[in-house]
Design a protein around this ligand. Sequence first.
Ligand SMILES: C[S@@+](CC[C@H](N)C(=O)[O-])C[C@H]1O[C@@H](n2cnc3c(N)ncnc32)[C@H](O)[C@@H]1O
Length: 262
Amino acid sequence: MTPPLPPRLAMVAARVPHGAVTADVGTDHGLLPVHLLAAGRVPRAIATDRLPHAAEAVRRLAERHGVADRLEVRVGDGLRPLSPGEADVIVLAGLSGRTIARILDEGAEMAAAARRLVLQPMQALPELRRWAVSHGWTLLEEELAEDGGRFYAALVLSGPPAGRARLGDEDLDRAVAAGVGFPPSVPPSWVWVAGPLLWRRRHPLLPAALRARARLHRETAARIEARGERGAEARRRHLDAADQWEALAEHVATERDGMGSY
Ligand SMILES: C[S@@+](CC[C@H](N)C(=O)[O-])C[C@H]1O[C@@H](n2cnc3c(N)ncnc32)[C@H](O)[C@@H]1O
């Protein structure tokens, strides 16, 4: 029996190529590797977590689903429990983008030896996108999933990384924004918030995801207002940002309408 996955992890699982030995770093419950093994998608998997009690739970889950002989469970920080080249694919899901970038920086040799990284950050997504591109990883694919009104993104990076970008942050932002046709009226750094490939593809969930971002800005503005007059300028900035994200959402929705169904 294959354990079901929430939409966020189903999106990640779908980005693991058939037959790829996969390491799931920060596995916690271990649902992802057990699912991949039980579905016959991967021949072998390694599940790691820095917490020993997580490892115990993963072992029990693997036994329940009859895949314990093909799943190695290891305890340790970041990529340290792995040896270079033993995993074709490294997955880091459910952690913050900053933690993911730190783990990949600290285990740069291990990360570079994988064919593909599948990353699913819960926060600091723009920072992780910029980190990936500025460190020379190829951003192969971006995907979005929705669950209960919340949007989750996955990034697929292919290696090995080409080395640090020669451009500084602002020049890199401008180059990437221009490269994917991001409107010049919007700050170029926002391309990392929208997602360069999601934007270029006019992803079907992107308008709703951008509207959700606009709503967050409006909610922050309302909280500032409730606290009193002192934050008037910050409130204005959030309301302006909300207007701009809504305009971008409309832009994508309108262009999608014009694309027809292909
Ligand atoms: C919120 S859970 C995500 C579990 C699963 N990957 C998912 O997406 O549902 C985060 C897990 O990452 C582990 N973790 C956090 N930092 C880590 C690190 N530096 N190295 C290994 N595991 C880490 C935590 O112990 C926790 O079990």
